[in-house]
Design a protein around this ligand. Structure first.
Ligand SMILES: Nc1nc2c(c(=O)[nH]1)N[C@H]1C(S)=C(S)[C@@H](COP(=O)(O)O)O[C@H]1N2
Ligand SMILES: [Mo]
Length: 375
């Protein structure tokens, strides 16, 4: 039968038909789909040349939004803290701005970063390598507000719910995630109302978002409207179904939490427009990039030149969970070369050379490889 073009938003029914679990279309080896293009165009990545900067300007920082970006009027907005606490609290933005304030440099990375490099490819937001960015997040320490509310001793988790609502895997819900209580009480977890010293942009969670340093981005709930302390584990869609390391659709899997160690390189030289292949002149070139991990400090970065590994020099870390700059001087000789980089963190974890496949395409921290032509 002849295929006819339709402008219907068909992701839901198509996904449901292809996958019994229905939270994602089944993995595919086929060409990129219209649904992936639609998601990729909404949720932009960070161009890798932005790795030159310590701090990513908001327009270059990656964005991942499951549903629609809400349009929130700050003057009528409230944050509610309730559940297993001594005293429920309701706060306006004006009240929050009078509370103690911290600024934390944080590298956020989407857990699906690297998904489209997997084969077969899980059908969802089609990240290659650039679903990452680093910002200075300013706001109220979550621990301060939880302290004010008084967390009950039998509390196990804190649930954060955004304003944004949609349907995923056939399940209507507001975007919501939980954190174990000991993570929620860390002093560097922040309810942020500013990004890089300016008001939060709409796409990054205006007027208030959670930022959980060291965790993959899904934990950092944007457009935050309620915080609930709970005494049993949260079972929401984005907790129980999405963001799991699963081997197959029927595997319950394990939850995605902290960011796996990763490094990326600023692609050297100049690109070809369509293929993005790199070209550079023979001679000395300073290779550079950034490395980060949610597991512990980055302790080393190695740069691979045609498969031979050399130790890179590391700059001082900018913060516990912010990326760290690395450099390596190289003398480029004429011909084709493959450049790569591999980071190791304080736990001894290092980036794999081969992709670690899982059903949702989560946490793929395989080493980056860049082909360059010197001549
Ligand atoms: N309310 C809400 N919060 C959210 C999301 C969302 O869709 N809705 N996406 C999450 C995901 S998956 C990621 S990776 C980060 C992305 O944050 P950013 O867009 O500011 O980079 O936000 C998280 N917080
Ligand atoms: Mo994400």
């Amino acid at each position: 039968m002849k295929q006819t073009y339709t402008n219907q938003q068909s992701a839901g029914p198509a996904a449901a038909a292809e996958s019994p679990a229905a939270h994602t279309a089944g993995p595919t080896t086929g060409p990129i789909t219209r649904e992936e293009l639609q998601l990729g165009a909404r949720n932009h990545s960070m161009p890798l040349e932005a790795l030159r900067r310590d701090v990513t300007p908001p327009g270059l920082h990656y964005v991942l939004t499951h549903f629609d970006i809400p349009d929130i009027d700050e003057s009528s907005w409230h944050l509610r803290i309730s559940g297993a606490v001594n005293m429920a609290i309701e706060l306006t933005m004006a009240a929050l701005r009078r509370d103690p304030v911290i600024t934390v440099p944080v590298t956020l990375e989407c857990a699906g970063n690297g998904r489209s490099l997997l084969d077969p490819r899980p059908v969802s937001q089609p990240w290659l390598l650039e679903g990452v960015g680093t910002a200075h997040w300013t706001g109220v320490p979550l621990a301060y507000l939880l302290g004010k509310a008084g967390v009950h001793p039998h509390a196990v988790e804190v649930v954060f719910t955004g304003v944004d609502e949609g349907v995923q895997g056939g399940v209507p819900h507001r975007y919501a995630r939980s954190l174990p209580i000991h993570e929620a009480l860390r002093p560097d977890v922040v309810l942020a109302y500013a990004m890089n010293g300016s008001e939060l942009p709409p796409q990054h969670g205006f007027p208030l978002r959670l930022v959980v340093p060291g965790w993959y981005g899904m934990a950092s709930v944007k457009w935050l409207q309620s915080i609930e302390v709970v005494t049993t584990p949260f079972k929401g869609f984005q907790q129980e179904v999405a963001y799991r390391y699963q081997e197959s659709a029927d595997d319950a899997g394990t939850p995605v939490s902290r960011i796996r160690v990763r490094s990326l390189m600023v692609p050297p030289g100049i690109p070809d427009f369509l293929t993005r292949n790199r070209m550079l002149k023979p001679g000395p070139v300073l290779l550079q990039g950034r490395a980060w991990s949610g597991g512990g400090a980055v302790t080393s970065v190695e740069v691979g030149i045609d498969g031979a590994w050399l130790p890179a020099q590391l700059d001082k870390p900018a913060g516990g969970y912010a990326w760290r700059k690395w450099t390596l001087p190289w003398v480029a000789d004429p011909g084709g070369h493959v450049l790569s980089c591999r980071a190791t963190d304080a736990t001894g974890a290092t980036q794999p050379l081969e992709q670690n496949w899982n059903y949702q395409g989560m946490g793929n921290n395989v080493v980056q490889r860049i082909s360059v032509t010197v001549g």
